[in-house]
Design a protein around this ligand. Structure first.
Ligand SMILES: [Zn+2]
Length: 260
């Protein structure tokens, strides 16, 4: 299980930092719940992979096996639904704690998109160096431009279980299309023009903006609960549980060498 954590996206320390920064205006207890909900997407995914469960978060909370605009759009809308709560089983008026959980989990998907897609490489290849959020890139025209400009590989996210179609001999999958790993390198798809550490920094910058955007979405749809995040206080039992959860996730990631 620990080894599986290795291949799930940004290393967990980055996820922690991104969500903690995006939650800077919230109370310490709220921040802890958000960070944990973020980290536990990967913990649950590792368990799901181990048990080979088709309904694990690795399938529905990660941008994987997305090779078309429709695939990407669907995953983004699922990510947003988790905050807005438009599924019939979700409460339309979440408690403050529930909203914090939804935010952390959605942050994770939004952040991983940039770690596990070639989004920033595309932006850079097209001469745009500023972080751009998904909503700015996800238009039909833009997608087509990208595919045409970079003919062998369109915009895609890491393929967890299968190789994407039509990419020839280029090996792109969850392990190689990963901003934290040295495996994805300029030499064979990026023409030597884009270096990995710059791509990593850009992915982090995009992920940071994405987390803020998801916060805005929460503020827009659940204004009362969102406002209450600033002063939220957990009960003692709840706080202890969150502290234990944090150290469990952090230790598992550290032992497997993937805290940062
Ligand atoms: Zn992940």
């Amino acid at each position: 299980m620990l080894a599986l954590l290795a291949i799930l996206g940004f290393e967990l320390g980055y996820h922690r930092d991104l969500s903690a920064t995006a939650s800077a205006g919230f109370s310490k207890d709220a921040r802890r719940i958000i960070v944990n909900a973020n980290l536990f997407v990967d913990v649950k995914s590792a368990v799901g992979l181990l048990l080979r469960r088709k309904s694990s978060p690795v399938y529905d909370q990660h941008f994987d096996d997305c090779f078309s605009l429709a695939d990407h759009r669907q995953r983004w809308s699922e990510t947003e639904h988790r905050i807005v709560g438009t599924h019939t089983l979700d409460s339309a008026a979440p408690s403050v704690m529930e909203l914090a959980r939804r935010l952390g989990s959605a942050h994770h998907s939004g952040q991983d998109y940039y770690a596990h897609s070639n989004h920033v490489e595309h932006l850079s290849m097209n001469g745009e160096v500023e972080p751009v959020t998904h909503s700015e890139i996800m238009t039909e025209a833009r997608f087509t431009t990208i595919r045409t400009r970079w003919q062998t590989v369109g915009l895609m996210s890491g393929a967890y279980f299968e190789q994407p179609p039509d990419i020839g001999t280029v090996e792109l999958h969850h392990r190689t299309l990963n901003k934290d790993k040295p495996l994805i390198s300029g030499e064979y798809i990026y023409d030597g023009r884009l270096d990995r550490s710059t791509m990593h920094d850009r992915a982090l910058a995009c992920a940071s903006r994405e987390s803020e955007r998801l916060n805005s979405l929460a503020a827009e749809h659940h204004p009362e609960a969102f406002k209450a995040l600033a002063t939220y206080r957990s009960g003692l039992g709840e706080r202890m549980l969150e502290i234990i959860k944090y150290w469990f996730a952090r230790s598992a990631a550290t032992i497997s060498g993937h805290w940062r």
